[in-house]
Ligand binder design. Structure first.
Ligand code: GUN
Ligand code: ZN
Length: 376
């Protein structure tokens, strides 16, 4: 048996919730969890350089199989020496499998047991993605954590439909595992599906756990269901996953859901939210979200967030950043994205300290009341 490429170590579990302080050990270093991972779909976290990502304390970042396969091509990235070298990032990278993107971006999809045929959203070419192809692309990219190809389905489908889909996702996960060529330096995670059906989440988790992945994701959430519903699914899903492996909640990055997810035993999160809303001029602050273009900030010479010690908040004012957005200056997008990412990374750091002190519920209470959420 070779050592798995990805390992997890539990350091401390909060006495009053399921939140766990731990660390994930990767070929590119060891990083503390729970963590938030900025998204760099096309080998770039939008408007942010890797130098800035390091400066703000980012740990893992994400890349995407679907986008990088289409452009510039996984073979080219392999030729560059892999995705880390290509984009100048020497910390861990996690790549999503492309399943989710095929279902949200591509046209004319045809799904069979073999895989999915679709039209490439860039030039209309017909392409075919299978569990084996996803592995071959992810092996070429050389990410530390690769995701299995799964079928992404709408949340509100019938039980029978979801059951068939879950069973196919399990078969695809097994095929991916067999096709994985680099188990020594890349870890493949399985993705638990099953929409809102407890019985199907159980079946999915059971199938995947029996395949012994080095980590497990919870997928199919944050796709239009309510926060209460998402928490309900996590309540019965995370206990099905082995405590010795990392757990990743895909596509979740709002302040309340990060804390609520960690409370339910999630270790890793990713989301485009901080960079996407930042590009449009919305910033996260300790007192809630703020739309910087708003006229009331015209002569506001305070920082985006009084309580933030990021580079942007230390050096620039709301009035200046509002001006940059109004003048369509691209620097505005860098500033807002930088601050938002920093804000979430810092919050995760504080959450980890709270776990170490068995004070997660107090931390949640404090953040929710400052931010203006209902903490119930
Ligand atoms: N990103 C957000 N949710 C999902 C999911 O369910 N599957 C995959 N592959 N990626 C996701
Ligand atoms: Zn800031």
């Amino acid at each position: 048996m070779t050592e798995p490429a990805i390992k997890y170590r539990l350091i401390h579990q909060d006495k009053h919730t399921g939140a766990r302080l731990g660390e994930i050990i990767t070929p590119h270093g060891t990083y503390p969890t729970p963590m938030f991972m900025p998204v760099g779909t096309q080998a770039s976290v939008k408007n942010i350089s890797t130098r800035e990502l390091k400066e703000m304390g980012a740990e893992f970042i994400l890349g995407n199989t679907y986008h990088l396969w289409l452009r510039p091509g996984d073979e080219l990235i392999a030729q560059a020496g892999g995705l880390h070298k290509f984009m100048n990032w020497d910390q861990p990278i996690l790549t999503d499998s492309g399943g989710f993107q095929v279902f949200s971006l591509a046209g004319n999809r045809k799904l069979t047991e073999e895989g999915v045929t679709f039209r490439n959203h860039l030039n209309g070419d017909v392409m075919f993605l299978s569990p084996e192809k996803a592995m071959s692309i992810e092996n070429n990219l050389g990410s530390d954590v690769m995701m299995s190809l799964d079928e992404a389905i709408p949340y509100f489908e019938t039980y029978d439909y979801v059951k068939k889909s879950v069973e196919r996702t399990s078969r695809w996960a097994e095929r991916g595992l067999k096709a994985h060529r680099r188990p020594n330096d890349q870890g493949l995670f399985g993705i638990v599906q099953g929409a809102g059906f407890e019985k199907l989440r159980k079946q999915s988790a059971h199938d995947l756990v029996s395949l012994d992945f080095p980590g497990y994701a919870v997928g199919g959430l944050s796709v239009g269901e309510s926060k209460i519903e998402m928490n309900r699914v996590l309540d019965f899903t995370t206990p099905l996953l082995p405590p010795t492996k990392p757990r990743y909640l895909m596509g979740v990055g709002s302040v309340d859901s990060l804390i609520d997810g960690a409370i339910r035993g999630i270790d890793m999160f990713d989301c485009v939210l901080p960079t996407r809303i930042g590009r449009k001029g919305t910033v996260m602050t300790h007192k809630g979200r703020l739309v910087i273009k708003n006229g009331k900030y015209k002569a506001d010479f305070t920082p985006l967030d009084e309580d933030c010690d990021c580079y942007v908040c230390q050096n620039y004012t709301r009035a200046y950043i509002r001006h940059l957005f109004n003048a369509n200056e691209l620097l505005a997008q860098n500033f807002a994205s930088y601050h938002n990412l920093y804000f979430l990374l810092k919050m995760m750091e504080e959450l980890r300290v709270a776990i170490a002190h068995d004070a997660v519920l107090e931390f949640k209470e404090k953040v929710f009341s400052e931010y203006g959420f209902n903490a119930s």
